[in-house]
Design a protein around this ligand. Structure first.
Ligand code: MEV
Length: 312
């Protein structure tokens, strides 16, 4: 083979960010409409190179902020291309960077798939996750490993007792995802929460409350109770705000989502920037909420039909 492609998609944490770092459960949804495509070709050029929105040039000169990708490529090269045949890699992403939508994991997954396809090597799901995790450990410190798991599957994932379980309740409703336009840094947010919790033992209770809410939402989704699910999402936002990871921009979007008729809304991912999610029953309601969020400063919105995440 002289050319191959790999494709991956975004994710959002429905519920359980931050508490997942403390052994509490989390529910994560894929966002198949926001994708990364990696195309790899063998070339006659003397060295391997990369073309992307973030960097274009030789692989050997990848900037420090792409250290995760550099390490991943090093591992892939070593494993699959020991003769160091020069390659050219092109990345195309519609997932905004650093917004809690799993962009870095999706990039790593797409690259891994393309590389394995080019060298015609079978790629089981566990191997794909393991390679994605190589990049994630460097980029995020990766306390829970949620992103590497979810960007590779088309259905929700339940993270429970340190296990990743395929979670397929009969989903209905719509999820609006809205970007504050501000990047958030997972490592910083996780550290900040850690400091907040260690300053006062009683604050640990907030983490347990988030864990209980996630358990409750698991039941509510199974019972197709969208109204209750929405209430639980909003309750989680109150706790995440108490943990210190909300921001004025996030609060403004959450308030706007409620005013426009959302059943519930919260930040998603690490907070301190990034995206919010809002739940609605119908597509029309989702469109109304998305419009209101754009009017209140969201730089981009997505509407994800939850029904489309059900097994076909
Ligand atoms: C970040 O997307 C989610 C956090 O819970 C960190 C993690 O689970 O690795 C904040």
């Amino acid at each position: 083979k002289t050319t191959a492609t790999g494709k991956s998609h975004a994710k959002v944490i429905f519920l359980g960010e931050h508490s997942a770092v403390y052994q509490q459960p989390a529910i994560v949804f894929p966002v198949p409409q926001a994708t990364v495509t990696a195309t790899i070709k063998t070339t006659n050029a003397p060295v391997s190179s990369i073309t992307s929105e973030y960097y274009t040039g030789p692989v050997s000169e990848l900037p420090p902020r792409m250290a995760g990708v550099a390490t991943l490529l090093h591992h892939l090269q070593h494993q699959l291309n020991p003769q160091s045949i020069p390659t050219h890699l092109t990345l195309h992403s519609t997932i905004p960077l650093g917004r809690g939508m799993g962009s870095s994991a999706a990039i790593a997954s797409a690259i891994t798939q393309a590389y394995f396809a080019l060298f015609e090597t079978p790629l089981p799901r566990e191997t794909l996750t393991a390679y994605t995790d190589i990049e994630e450990h460097i980029t995020h410190g990766n306390p829970s490993g949620i992103d590497a798991q979810t960007v590779n599957v088309a259905h929700p994932i339940l993270f429970e007792e340190q296990q990743f379980i395929d979670f397929q309740p009969p989903l209905t409703g719509f999820l609006v995802i809205a970007d504050t336009g501000l990047a958030s840094d997972t490592k910083t947010a996780v550290q900040q929460v850690h400091q907040f919790l260690t300053a006062d033992q009683q604050r640990q209770d907030l983490i347990l409350q988030l864990g209980k809410l996630t358990e409750r939402v698991k039941q509510e989704l199974q019972q197709q109770d969208l109204l209750a699910t929405g209430h639980s999402l909003t309750a989680a936002q109150t706790i995440l705000r108490a943990l210190g990871v909300s921001t004025p921009q996030i609060d403004q979007l959450v308030t706007a989502a409620h005013a426009a008729g959302a059943l519930g809304a919260k930040l998603t991912g690490s907070g301190l920037g990034g995206c919010i999610i809002a739940l609605t029953e119908t597509r029309a309601a989702a469109q109304t909420v998305a419009k209101a969020l754009t009017e209140h400063g969201a730089t981009q919105t997505w509407i994800q039909s939850l029904h489309e995440l059900n097994p076909q």
